[in-house]
Write a protein that binds this ligand. Structure first.
Ligand SMILES: Cc1cc2nc3c(=O)[nH]c(=O)nc-3n(C[C@H](O)[C@H](O)[C@H](O)COP(=O)(O)OP(=O)(O)OC[C@H]3O[C@@H](n4cnc5c(N)ncnc54)[C@H](O)[C@@H]3O)c2cc1C
Length: 388
């Protein structure tokens, strides 16, 4: 499917693949076993100049859209899904920043990001609204020359490690909490009043440092506000949703790809002593392996088409984008599960690579917008019913 790729994407993919092979893959098992945030991966992406993937080229970045993002997260996730999630959320945060950046945002955030000196990330989720991430109750109050923020956030990927947080907040005045009225604000990591909750030790994606954050009287300079009042739906559907969904779809496609690859290797190499036959010689397994490959390539096709339509601002893009994260999540869960069966007891042993993939893949169905919610929105979009 290389015909979807521009020469720029081909060269970025080659670069990312080299970094993944030399610096990310060798420590992927350690990241999972120790619940370790992959600082080495993020440093390697920075050295390779990849952190500015979503920064406009006039600011020294790569000016990439959805295709570039999904292809690079896929390449990383084939080796280390936690690293892909951390890198992906940095890129989504960057895209939100870049969408309506002022000169201040360019100087303080986008230039350092392009130079590999700044990590950002997206902080939307709250325990109060859960999967309905567009309904924050973290509040913003205006005070003299700054905003004051109070509330709590949950599951912030790169939590405690990023330099800034792209945070959704509800205005203190007006309908506020749960009304869907929200703004995005840049909160710097060194701001007073940020209290990080317990370290992350999840079922999967164990290196992503997905942490809760309590915000108490956090004073944020006024220029840190992104966009203008009334921009919220535009941000959700034009920036946050497409970039987040494509970053995650790429990540889950990468896991599915790795599961198919690992299964193929196992089927070829596992040989019985009694008759010298390998698992690859067994008819039933050949057919099941073919079914895995078909599922993988169908998902890949949907993903490439969604990214191409999104980058071209095609009128049908949103439906494809909603579909492809739901589909990539289901394919990743289905194929890692199937891989566990085909690779037998060897895969079922404690903490095998396939077991890690299965655990990582499961995050797809609970990360908002969840698979169920995406299908609901897609059905509404296709039927011409309002999404929210
Ligand atoms: C590994 C990981 C990383 C994350 N990283 C980030 C991050 O970087 N930034 C961020 O902001 N958030 C992040 N999140 C949070 C995530 O996006 C969700 O907000 C969170 O997982 C929701 O959990 P919950 O228990 O509150 O779900 P709940 O809202 O309680 O949902 C539980 C289940 O009910 C279903 N459900 C709820 N309402 C409906 C409905 N109306 N129709 C159909 N089904 C429904 C959901 O689909 C889900 O399956 C991350 C989560 C994980 C697991």
């Amino acid at each position: 499917m290389d015909h979807y790729f521009s020469p720029k994407i081909v060269s970025l993919l080659e670069l990312a693949t080299r970094v993944v092979e030399t610096e990310v893959a060798p420590r992927a098992a350690e990241v999972d076993a120790r619940c370790e945030w992959p600082a080495h991966s993020m440093r390697a992406f920075a050295r390779a100049g990849l952190m500015g993937l979503q920064v406009p080229s006039e600011l020294g970045g790569h000016g990439q859209g959805l295709m570039g993002l999904s292809v690079i997260t896929e390449a990383i996730a084939r080796a280390c899904p936690s690293s892909a999630l951390c890198f992906g959320m940095h890129c989504v945060g960057t895209a939100v920043l870049a969408a309506k950046a002022t000169q201040y945002h360019k100087d303080h955030y986008l230039l350092p990001i392009a130079q590999g000196r700044h990590i950002t990330t997206l902080s939307l989720s709250e325990s109060g609204s859960g999967t309905h991430f567009y309904l924050p109750s973290t509040r913003l109050a205006e005070q003299d020359d700054c905003y004051v923020v109070d509330g709590n956030k949950q599951f912030i990927t790169n939590g405690g490690h990023a330099d800034s947080y792209v945070m959704s907040v509800a205005p203190a005045a007006g309908e506020g909490a749960h009304s869907g009225d929200f703004s995005c604000l840049m909160v710097d990591a060194d701001t007073q009043g940020l209290n990080w909750q317990q370290p992350w030790a999840g079922f999967g994606m164990r290196g992503n440092s997905s942490r809760g954050l309590l915000l108490e009287g956090v004073r944020v300079p006024k220029p840190n506000l992104l966009g203008e009042k009334g921009d919220q739906l535009w941000y959700v559907f034009e920036v946050i949703a497409p970039f987040f969904l494509m970053a995650m779809a790429g990540t889950y496609l990468g896991i599915a790809h790795a599961a198919v690859e690992a299964t193929g290797q196992h089927l070829r190499s596992r040989r019985f002593a009694h008759n010298g036959e390998s698992l690859a010689d067994v008819d039933a397994l050949q057919a099941r392996y073919a079914a895995m490959w078909i599922a993988l390539e169908k998902t890949r096709g949907l993903l490439r088409e969604a990214a191409a339509k999104g980058d071209a601002a095609h009128p049908d893009a949103l439906s494809y984008i909603l579909a492809c994260k739901a589909d990539a999540g289901e394919t990743a869960v289905q194929l890692t599960n199937e891989a566990m069966t085909l690779c037998g007891g060897m895969a079922y042993r404690e903490n095998s690579r396939l077991a890690q993939m299965l655990r990582d893949a499961r995050a797809s169905h609970v990360m908002a917008p969840t698979t169920d919610l995406l299908k609901l929105w897609l059905g509404r979009a296709l039927l011409g019913v309002p999404l929210l």
